[in-house]
Ligand binder design. Structure first.
Ligand SMILES: *Cc1c(COP(=O)(O)O)cnc(C)c1O
Length: 464
């Protein structure tokens, strides 16, 4: 019977796995981006029950390569251009290994001073990199969706401080644009706001929230006795990376006393490059902002940051301390569990610290700069070709385009590119039109990769 792994065995297999990871990162282009898999394929190849007797690590490791890998979508492939392209960067991968080895739980300062203080420090650095004022307090959460939920609960706390005790009574109304991420509406479901009280404000021709429409909706609701409690604006929408006009939105939110949340999960990272600072113009007036280093700051899943200018409101919404979690340092230290729903907290700050130090601000900014430049270049190629049209302004590193043909033609084009295994693009439907999304964001992507996708696309268009 096996009850633990001996250190020598860990060392031997550990070296082998690190070697494999190094080879994987060096040759990831040899893998098809999308697996050639059908639903159920992997499940059929795995035993229905876990083993009674422990198995050799060699066997498990071999089955990872033989069974699991063929069912993997290679998100870390430099030609993964679907959704938003992300990166498990090498420094981040190393930090993840250390995080697992230490396995600490940073619920309180006391439960691991390093977890708490490194989180404070790295989030201070990141705040500076993206140009937010020092009064913003940051909390690391797993995802932007969970960040949105926390923001909405804090907004409810501010609008109706008694809601914590008896639930909220007067209907609260949330405003966001038609192009906001679904996580905003989901947060409203989870926070008990109710879908009927989520207003999806129309957008302008550039898919940006239209301020007069926002003001009109808030005015109407207030006159009807409802309480406009929160406006959620987006910097870099998932559909087209449009950037809502934050200064105008902030004015309107302030007029009605509503909490302003800014979802900058993807777009916020652009502000690391000085020339794109303007994407967060007006964000200093927000009550909360989500920026996800796991999106476009080369940080492995999962790490999203919620910043708020009102930590005391967030704390009032979430702090509930049982006796066994009280410590002598409570008055002198941050206990992150007071600012969020989860009690247990991974040491996520370590990977952000590794990455920020390894790249430096200049390295990170250069990557973002290249990605934006390549997106613009790709859009120019599409325009010059004549067979394609650009569907939305290329604000950052996403190009939304379509072949000048039917929706079916565009679906066929996408299938042809994706089934090649050489690249992956995703799609969207905008105004009933099937649109292809080409997102750049992986740390290992090169200009040759972009050229290769363009060649694939032209070949597929020739075949239509
Ligand atoms: C990706 C994304 C989200 C959701 O992020 P998760 O971390 O997966 O919850 C929300 N908003 C925007 C704008 C995004 O790009």
């Amino acid at each position: 019977m096996k009850t633990n792994m001996p250190p020598e065995e860990f060392r031997r297999i550990g070296h082998e796995i690190i070697d494999w990871i190094a080879d994987y990162l060096a040759h990831v282009r040899d893998y098809p981006v999308l697996p050639n898999a059908q639903p159920g394929d992997l499940k059929r190849r795995l035993p229905p029950a876990a083993p009674l007797q422990g198995e050799p690590i060699e066997q498990i490791w071999q089955d990872f390569r033989r069974l699991i890998l063929p069912a993997v979508t290679h998100w870390n492939h430099p030609r993964f251009h679907g959704y938003f392209s992300i990166s498990g960067s090498p420094p981040g991968i190393l930090a993840e290994t250390l995080i697992a080895a230490l396995n600490m739980n940073g619920m309180l300062w006391k439960t691991s001073p390093a977890a708490t203080e490194l989180e404070e420090v790295t989030l201070g650095w990141l705040r500076e990199w993206i140009g937010l004022p020092a009064e913003f307090f940051g909390v690391i959460l797993d995802t932007a969706s969970v960040g949105a939920l926390h923001a909405l609960v804090a907004a409810r706390e501010m609008a109706d401080p008694d809601a914590r005790r008896r639930g909220h009574r007067r209907p609260l109304v949330l405003y966001t644009s038609e192009h906001a991420h679904s996580s905003i509406e989901k947060a409203a479901l989870a926070a008990g706001i109710g879908q009927e009280f989520v207003r999806k404000v129309p957008v302008d021709a550039g898919y940006r929230l239209h301020p007069p429409a926002l003001e009109e909706a808030m005015e109407r609701d207030e006159a009807a006795g409802l309480q406009p409690f929160c406006v959620a604006a987006t910097v870099g929408t998932t559909s087209v990376t449009s950037i809502d006009p934050l200064p105008a939105v902030a004015d309107i939110a302030a007029k009605y006393g509503a909490w302003l949340h800014v979802d900058a999960a993807y777009g916020g990272s652009a502000a690391v490059a000085p020339e794109f600072r303007a994407v967060l113009e007006g964000a200093d007036r927000a009550d909360s902002i989500v920026v996800s280093p796991q999106k476009w700051l080369f940080t492995p899943m999962d790490l999203s940051v919620l910043y708020t200018r009102r930590p005391e409101v967030l704390r009032h919404a979430f702090s509930l301390v049982p006796e066994y979690l009280r410590t002598a340092e409570d008055a002198r230290a941050v206990n992150y569990m007071d600012y969020c729903l989860p009690l247990g907290r991974r040491f996520r700050a370590l990977k952000l610290w590794f990455i920020m130090r390894y790249l430096g601000r200049e390295g990170a900014a250069e990557l973002i700069r290249r990605h934006v430049a390549w997106a613009r270049e790709f859009a120019a190629w599409l325009r010059q070709d004549g067979r394609f049209e650009i569907i939305a302004p290329v604000t950052l590193s996403l190009v939304c385009f379509r072949y000048r043909g039917s929706n079916e033609d565009n679906q066929r084009l996408l299938d042809a590119v994706n089934s090649s295994g050489k690249a992956f693009l995703s799609h969207n439907v905008l105004d009933h039109r099937f649109v292809l999304r080409f997102a750049i964001g992986n740390i290992a992507t090169t200009h040759e990769d972009i050229e290769e996708v363009w060649a694939l696309l032209r070949a597929a268009a020739n075949g239509l």
